[in-house]
Design a protein around this ligand. Structure first.
Ligand SMILES: Nc1nc2c(ncn2[C@@H]2O[C@H](COP(=O)(O)OP(=O)(O)OP(=O)(O)O)[C@@H](O)[C@H]2O)c(=O)[nH]1
Length: 320
């Protein structure tokens, strides 16, 4: 069972937003904060909660995020460019998994500060591997202990925090729940202290570097991932064939690429029900995001072993 995604309607956290045209103060700070950790610890949920906007898709299945995604938070005194990264994982046998690890590792090397996300009360060899990679970078690390809403009673956190502090020197340890939006408010100010003095890199109203087309494809992939069981989500990807506006509506055609014919039948479902339901929920989310009606057509096609072919990955839009 998965938890309901948090809502992002006009949340007011009391922080003022910067406006276009405001003069930039000389003590303005701007830089990159990478969000790193093993798969499924809640990195994308954290990014979305910090931005009050969904810029990165979320599912209960590990390895949902496949790309490096920027989420931009602009405030009167700082612009924090968050980098959501794929979960770093040890079994990187397929080309897709190697691409994901590369994307994550290059992000933490480029960041001014790293947010190391660890699920509260849960420590594994995979977490240790991420920490080892982080330590090599010699950048400040904020330890984010995610999903504290699942910890009862809260006192159980204390020995865990002590244990974590023995593993590395963190500039701050922040236990929080991105899902319940608790203890998030202080994080941007803590991060900002470690960013260089610099004018903003992006206009104040820009929230992500990702195009509307990318976001539309990701929405379809999220709905599929939420509905499909077991391994199948890892064997599919979504590519847009059409994304255009006509008479005030958005016309979107997307192809769902799977690796085998048998998978095609599973995605479509009995009597086409599954695909219809995916299309319905994706269309509703796209209409909300783009603020206009959406006509969405989905096609399912087979490209054998696309996830283990560097060439197919490139053709399907994965940066190599
Ligand atoms: N209870 C609880 N669940 C959370 C919280 N944050 C995230 N989750 C859940 O954890 C699961 C994984 O969340 P994601 O944000 O996709 O995790 P991720 O680290 O980006 O995952 P990858 O894409 O695999 O790297 C989802 O089912 C989320 O709803 C939280 O604060 N509390």
């Amino acid at each position: 069972m998965h938890e309901d995604p948090p809502e992002f309607d006009d949340v007011d956290d009391g922080a003022e937003q910067a406006e276009a045209g405001d003069p930039v103060p000389s003590n303005y700070r701007c830089g990159f904060a990478a969000i790193v950790g093993r798969p499924n610890v809640g990195k994308s949920t954290l990014l979305n909660a910090l931005l009050h906007r969904k810029v990165s898709i979320v599912s209960p299945k590990p390895q949902t995020t496949r790309h490096r995604i920027l989420g931009i938070l602009t405030r009167p005194e700082e612009q924090i460019i968050f980098v959501d990264t794929p979960g770093i994982h040890s079994s990187a046998r397929r080309a897709m998994n190697r691409h994901m690890n590369r994307a994550a590792l290059s992000s933490l090397a480029d960041a001014d500060i790293n947010l190391f996300v660890v699920e509260s009360l849960s420590w594994s060899e995979e977490d240790q591997r991420v920490l080892d990679a982080l330590k090599q970078q010699k950048r400040p690390i904020i330890l984010v202990l995610s999903k504290v809403d699942k910890v009862q009673p809260r006192e159980r956190m204390l020995p865990f925090i002590q244990e974590m502090n023995r593993r590395a020197e963190f500039v701050e340890v922040v236990p929080l729940s991105a899902l319940k939006k608790s203890n998030l408010e202080q994080l941007p100010s803590i991060i900002a202290k470690h960013l260089p003095l610099s004018p903003p890199h992006f206009p104040p109203d820009q929230v992500t570097d990702r195009s509307p087309e990318f976001q539309a494809a990701e929405i379809v992939r999220e709905k599929l991932t939420l509905r499909l069981r077991q391994e199948l989500p890892y064997g599919l990807t979504v590519a847009l064939e059409q994304f255009k506006e006509e008479d005030g509506r958005l016309l979107v055609n997307a192809v769902i690429w799977v690796e085998r014919t048998g998978q095609k039948a599973i995605v479509i479902g009995q009597g086409g029900e599954q695909l219809k339901e995916v299309g319905r929920s994706a269309r509703i989310e796209m209409s909300n995001l783009f603020g206009r009606p959406v006509h969405l057509e989905l096609w399912v096609k087979v490209k054998e072993n696309w996830s283990d072919s560097e060439m197919a990955l490139k053709q399907l839009g994965y940066e190599m």
